[in-house]
Ligand binder design. Structure first.
Ligand code: GLN
Length: 506
């Protein structure tokens, strides 16, 4: 068997089932790797004793014959999912010292379950919490109070954001799979920059209960892993209705993995993607797209064609507008969501203040970083009397039109494809003084987020400096099965997702 850390979720699930390895052995092995690769900055909280106790419980559950297929497989969570047993900071000084009294719904479903609701969890082992941009605001994981996450392919480069810790930990084989959240690209973009496979499901597919809110109408939990199959296994255990989340889809949980296997068999060994129409919006291939990214994406599209898919040219005419629309709506919602951090209820409180108002002001001034403050100011501005109609209301109208444009496209295709990001991973520090430049680079991920559509990043090649390039695939609402099937077929025919950064096995 190959080294344990090189195994994906599906392989580990089989190895645990056959008894070739125990969860305790696996957990010990990965914890040692986490310590050895601390300089990446991917993990922000580890508690070996707690993880090992969960691993022992998983082994015991398996011995009793009550294991779920994921029982005993390690996972790590982006630090915006609240956890009862590990600290939760959302990458912010504002939440220093905060402990949640409960686990987020996603954490509970993958882990120990919800005793109150009588729901058993999958019994995965939590390996720790993962670094992220402060309150998930950013694209390079440089806004975190814990410091940046380095890209395992080149430590002088950013891992991407905001789920940078998740992408780097998976790429460096510190953990086989991690949760992430995507508001405007935060799963897909770091997945692309670190060469991992990431999926953001349809808005409402996974519960937001216990996910620290950034922009509630956009926030969605998802997965970063080393293959589409592993994404399917995790998403199957995470999705499904949750009455505690007012925007949760009232649909029964879907087994995306079983669907993926069924599509594979349905193809009967013939061209697996025969009949699949993939739309290429011309706005996703603008002149400013880096040549290396375009070349890798086009090569992946040729692979998809060779697997039987047909490519259809089409248009998403409001692609560029998705940037101002998102950077009005997301800050507007953030300014409201972040009002709860007042120095009274959670985390940081200023030590010196004169009265209640100055306690709020100072706590917030000290607790929030520059990017978060910028967004709170933009958000309160666009929502204020006199500007609401000019900005927020217009943005909402355009958001609807962007969603309608997608539906017009889906009349002619089953999936939409393009790049994830206009360039490979940026050097650390490159965007520090220019937030607008970073916002502009979100152009290809924002449209699907505004429309609430499921979307993936699939490793598609290497660009400048040998850094990974991701192919973006976007599906219609609840078409995760189609997305994962196409990504899986591509991964059966190519090996970009199996490549590891240099030095990973050191
Ligand atoms: N880069 C985008 C932003 O900074 C997206 C972040 C996210 O998806 N959480 O808002």
């Amino acid at each position: 068997m190959k080294p344990l850390h090189a195994c994906g979720v599906a392989e580990l699930s089989r190895a645990l089932q056959s008894g070739a390895v125990s969860s305790v052995e696996l957990t010990q092995h990965l914890l040692a790797r986490v310590t050895r690769h601390e300089q990446l900055g991917a993990f922000v909280a580890v508690d070996a004793e707690l993880s090992l106790a969960q691993a022992r419980a998983a082994d015991a559950r398996r011995a009793r014959g009550q294991a779920h297929r994921l029982t005993g497989v390690p996972v790590a969570h982006k630090d915006v999912f609240v956890t009862r047993d590990w600290p939760t900071t959302a990458g912010s000084k504002m939440l220093a010292g905060y402990r949640s009294p409960f686990d987020a719904a996603v954490v509970a479903r993958l882990g120990a379950g919800d005793a109150e609701a009588g729901e058993p969890g999958a019994g995965m082992v939590t390996l720790g919490k993962l670094n992220c941009d402060e309150f998930a605001m950013g694209s390079t994981n440089e806004t975190s109070v814990h410091g940046p996450v380095r890209n395992p392919w080149n430590p002088q480069h950013a891992s991407g954001g905001s789920s940078g810790g998740s992408a780097a930990a998976v790429a460096a084989c510190l953990v086989p799979v991690a949760t992430g959240t995507d508001t405007g690209g935060s799963i897909r973009q770091p997945a692309s920059w670190c060469g991992t496979t990431g999926i953001k499901p349809t808005y409402g597919a996974c519960s937001r209960w216990g996910m620290i809110a950034f922009a509630s109408s956009l926030d969605q939990a998802g997965v970063l892993a080393r293959s589409a199959e592993d994404c399917a296994l995790l998403l199957a255990a995470m999705n499904g209705f949750d009455a505690r989340d007012s925007t949760s889809s009232e649909r029964p949980a879907q087994d995306f993995h079983a669907q993926m296997l069924a599509s594979r068999e349905g193809a009967g060994g013939a061209l697996p993607l025969r009949g699949l129409r993939i739309g290429l919006p011309r706005e996703f291939f603008p002149a400013q797209l880096s040549a290396d990214v375009e070349a890798a994406v086009r090569a992946a599209l040729r692979e998809l064609e060779a697997l039987g898919a047909t490519l259809v040219e089409l248009s998403l005419p409001r692609t560029e507008l998705s940037i101002p629309v998102y950077y009005i709506i997301a800050p507007a919602e953030a300014s409201s969501n972040l009002a709860r951090f007042d120095g009274v209820r959670y985390g940081h409180r200023a030590q010196r203040y004169t009265d209640l108002a100055s306690m709020y002001e100072r706590s917030r001034a000290e607790g929030f970083g520059a990017e978060v403050k910028r967004r709170i100011m933009i958000g309160t501005y666009v929502l204020s009397h006199g500007y609401y109609d000019a900005y927020y209301l217009q943005a909402q109208k355009l958001r609807r039109m962007i969603a309608d444009d997608f539906q017009a496209c889906f009349a002619h295709c089953d999936l939409i494809a393009g790049p994830v990001a206009p360039m490979v991973a940026a050097p650390l520090g490159a965007q520090a003084d220019d937030p607008v430049r970073a916002y502009l680079a979100d152009i290809f991920t924002l449209p699907a987020s505004l429309a609430g559509l499921p979307a993936m990043s699939v490793p598609a090649g290497a660009g400048a400096g040998g850094l990974p390039v991701g192919l973006q695939l976007i599906g219609n609402y609840h078409a995760e099965g189609t997305l994962l099937h196409a990504a899986h077929a591509l991964q059966q025919a190519t090996d970009w997702h199996r490549r590891s950064p240099p030095g990973v096995d050191a």
